[in-house]
Ligand binder design. Structure first.
Ligand code: ATP
Ligand code: MG
Length: 209
C-alpha cells in the first residue's frame, strides 16, 4: 500500500540551474509529490569523466540551490558509488528505502526521449513512473507516439508535463563562464557565487574538491 509520492530528479547538475528547479517544482505541485530528491549522478556511463566537475562540488551546488525549499532534498547516493552509475541500481535502492512511496522520475523531454536506451529500461518501468517536463528544442510528441506503438504497456507510466519553458542548459552556463559572459538570473545566486569562489568552468581542466 503506497501512502505517498516521491519525485526523483537525477542529473549531472554541472551546475544546477533554474530549468531543473522549475521542472521539479511544477512536477511536485502537479503530481502531489511529498518531496523531490535531487541526485547528482556519479560517473555517468555516457559522459566523459574528465569533463565533469567533482561530485562533491556538484552536490554542494545542489544543496545551495534547494536550501530555501523544504520540499526539496538531495542525496549523495550516486556520487559515493564506485564505478559507472546506472539509474536502475539507484532506483532499486530507492524503492527499498521508500517502500511506501510511489516513485516518479522527473526528466526534461531531451532525457525522456532516451529512456528506452537506458540499461534495464523495462525493469525501470516496473519500479517507477516518468514525468517528462517540456524543454525547448525537444518535442516529445513523436516519442510518445512511438511509445504508444512499440511499448503500449508503458504509456500509462510516462507522463508529459507542460512547464514554463526555460532554454537554460548547464552546457550554456559553462560556456558563458568560460567566455566571461553573464550567468546571473539563469541559476540561483548562491550557486553563481559558489562557481565564482571555486573558479569553476574557467578552463577546460575541471576543479577537483
Ligand atoms: P548539460 O548541458 O551538461 O547536459 P543540462 O542542462 O542538460 O546539462 P542535466 O544535468 O544534464 O542538465 O539534466 C538533468 C535533468 O534535468 C535531465 O532530465 C534534463 O532533461 C533536465 N533539464 C535540464 N535542463 C532543463 C530545462 N531547461 N528544462 C527542463 N528540463 C531540464
Ligand atoms: Mg543534459
Amino acid at each position: 500500500m503506497k501512502i505517498g509520492k516521491l519525485g526523483i530528479m537525477g542529473g549531472t547538475f554541472d551546475p544546477i540551474h533554474y530549468g531543473h528547479l522549475v521542472a521539479a517544482e511544477m512536477a511536485r505541485s502537479e503530481f502531489n509529490l511529498s518531496k523531490v530528491l535531487f541526485i547528482p549522478t556519479g560517473i555517468p556511463p555516457h559522459k566523459n569523466r574528465s569533463d565533469i566537475s567533482a561530485g562533491e562540488l556538484r552536490l554542494e551546488m545542489v544543496k545551495r540551490a534547494i536550501q530555501d525549499n523544504p520540499d526539496f532534498t538531495c542525496s549523495a547516493l550516486e556520487i559515493e558509488r564506485q564505478g559507472p552509475s546506472y539509474t536502475v541500481d539507484t532506483l532499486r535502492i530507492l524503492s527499498r528505502d521508500w517502500p511506501e512511496h510511489e516513485l516518479f522520475f522527473i526528466t526534461g523531454t531531451d532525457a525522456l526521449r532516451e529512456i528506452f536506451s537506458w540499461r534495464e529500461a523495462e525493469e525501470i518501468l516496473t519500479l517507477i513512473q516518468f514525468i517528462g517536463a517540456a524543454r525547448p528544442g525537444f518535442d516529445a510528441s513523436d516519442f510518445l507516439e512511438q511509445v504508444q506503438q512499440e511499448h503500449p504497456d508503458s504509456l500509462e507510466k510516462i507522463h508529459y508535463l507542460e512547464v514554463p519553458a526555460l532554454a537554460i542548459s548547464s552546457t550554456d552556463i559553462r560556456y558563458r563562464v568560460k567566455h566571461c559572459q553573464p550567468i546571473r538570473y539563469l541559476l540561483p545566486e548562491p550557486v553563481r557565487l559558489f562557481i565564482q569562489e571555486h573558479n569553476l568552468y574557467r578552463s577546460s581542466a575541471k576543479s577537483k574538491m
